[in-house]
Design a protein around this ligand. Structure first.
Ligand SMILES: Cc1cc2nc3c(=O)[nH]c(=O)nc-3n(C[C@H](O)[C@H](O)[C@H](O)COP(=O)(O)OP(=O)(O)OC[C@H]3O[C@@H](n4cnc5c(N)ncnc54)[C@H](O)[C@@H]3O)c2cc1C
Length: 458
């Protein structure tokens, strides 16, 4: 082993446990070997090792998506850790982000310059996995799908070659990397466009679930003509009785309206606050929230808006992309998931799409928009076999109830199960990405890193 190489670890060794640890405790991974890498040289060494050992190669950062990962028999799992800090260029409004970085660090680095990134709801999600799969942000209706902000990708392809690809350098590989389903190389850094964000109005308001029907219907009506600067989510939550959660939220099921109104400059602040009032005023008039955290603040607060767990948890869930629900759809959603439904799900959510998220980007990659009105996600804590079975059964019930509004497509970041194929690419796009895979990975070393549905090479 040279100085630049990291030791490849086997099951039972501490370095193996560190390299193969995943966020989703309900979906542990069991590769034949695992290694943590930081540098391009270490990636190359890991790829050489896999070739010598005749192993497949898989890549991960945090294991947030481990529930949708294929089994890892005969596989070397490579975990990327940042080789250095996030570097922001405030003039070009870009950030160079080493692979392995979590969103929390990017948000802090960008905020020093009054900028924000199109990050998701959790500070601990990995930048690379989120971006390459599209990325739905609370800024999404203004900023578009997060992957459209990627300016360049640095990666090592399975032959050990280092590439920096962009619109001007290997545009076909750049196109395939952006939403094509992966299996193209080990990404070592991403250059990302940022946008001005002096202020945000953000937060979450909670009501007893008995107010669900009125609140959901009002929110759905508002969403049809909502300004692009506002992105929200309507949730039904059955929160566990733990010290970190205020008692007002654990007495029974609650409904929640969480979101962000962007104020790019301080001069836009009054408009942003008026937009928030237009949304929240009528909802607060229906009933007084039991907890309401909406306020004007700075962009780093947005990673806390959704109150995602930051420590690993056992999650089991489901996802659909839905068309506009209307009153019938709202009724179906609440019948299965709202008050009195007996839902064991901690969270059932309708994330508002539309706006810039629905607009194809002519300069974008394999996935540049989502043709749906809402992203449905639902999940529970799979703490024991009984709860796991109840969550599965309830997700199936929700799926059946929402079938009339199911577009049949998926948002790749939100697919939670291996038995749910990705459906975000047309057959022509799958063929085009596969042609790039054949070029950069002729031996198919990374083939199993591609989720079902995103390749015809299996
Ligand atoms: C609490 C929570 C909140 C979330 N919030 C949002 C949200 O708001 N919006 C949204 O769109 N999604 C959200 N997600 C989904 C999340 O974006 C996806 O699970 C995403 O794939 C996670 O990326 P990761 O790198 O952290 O995960 P990992 O499981 O580590 O990686 C996922 C995949 O990304 C690829 N990958 C990772 N690192 C590399 C690399 N260095 N090189 C090449 N490929 C790599 C691999 O194919 C890997 O299988 C959330 C998930 C959770 C659990």
């Amino acid at each position: 082993m040279t100085e630049t190489e990291q030791a490849v670890a086997l099951p039972g060794e501490p370095a193996f446990a560190a390299a193969s640890a995943v966020f989703n405790l309900a979906a542990p991974v069991r590769p034949a070997a695992a290694v943590t890498v930081r540098t391009v040289e270490q990636v190359r060494a890991a790829l050489r090792h896999a070739e010598r050992a005749g192993q497949w190669v898989r890549v991960h950062t945090t294991g947030h998506a481990s529930s949708s990962a294929r089994p890892m028999d005969d596989t070397l799992l490579i975990r990327t850790e940042p080789a250095g800090p996030v570097e922001v260029d405030p003039v070009a409004r870009t950030a160079r982000i080493p692979a392995g970085t979590r969103w929390g660090e990017v948000v802090e680095a960008a905020a020093k310059y009054g900028l924000a990134a199109p990050h998701g709801s959790s500070p601990t999600v990995g930048v690379v996995g989120y971006l390459l799969r599209g990325g739905i942000s609370f800024y999404g209706r203004r900023a578009g799908l997060a992957v459209n902000s990627v300016r360049a990708v640095e990666l090592v392809t399975p032959d050990g070659e280092f590439h920096r690809v962009s619109a001007g350098a290997d545009p076909e590989l750049f196109w395939a990397l952006r939403g094509g389903g992966g299996g193209l190389g080990v990404v070592t850094a991403i250059e990302l466009g940022l946008f001005p964000a002096a202020r945000v109005v953000t937060g979450a308001a909670f009501w007893p679930a008995s107010h669900g029907p009125e609140l959901l219907n009002r929110w759905l009506r508002w969403s049809r003509s909502a300004p692009e600067a506002v992105t929200t989510a309507f949730r039904v939550m059955n929160l566990p009785n733990v010290p970190e959660i205020p008692p007002a939220l654990t007495a029974g099921p609650v409904v929640c309206l969480a979101g962000v109104v962007l104020s790019p400059t301080d001069g836009d602040r009054a408009t942003a606050e008026r937009r928030a009032a237009d949304l929240l005023g009528p909802l607060r008039a229906i009933a007084e929230p039991v907890l309401d955290t909406w306020c004007t603040t700075t962009p780093p607060a947005v990673v806390r808006t959704h109150m995602d767990p930051t420590d690993p948890v056992p999650v089991l869930g489901d996802h659909l992309l839905l068309s506009d629900l209307g009153e019938d759809g709202a009724g179906a959603f609440l019948r299965v998931l709202g008050e009195g439904s007996g839902s064991p799900l901690v969270n059932a959510e309708l994330r508002q799409l539309g706006g810039a998220l629905a607009v194809p980007d002519p300069a974008g990659g394999a996935l540049s928009h989502l043709d749906a009105a809402f992203a449905f996600t639902a999940g529970g804590l799979a703490v024991d076999p009984g709860t796991t079975a109840a969550i599965r059964a309830h997700c199936a019930e929700a799926r059946a109830a929402l079938a009339p509004w199911d577009t049949g497509r998926t948002a790749p970041t939100l697919v939670e199960r291996l038995d749910q194929p990705q459906r975000h690419l047309s057959a022509a796009a799958v063929e085009r990405v596969d042609a790039v895979r054949r070029r950069v990975d002729p031996s198919g070393r990374l083939r199993h890193d591609v989720p079902p549905g995103a390749s015809a090479l299996h």
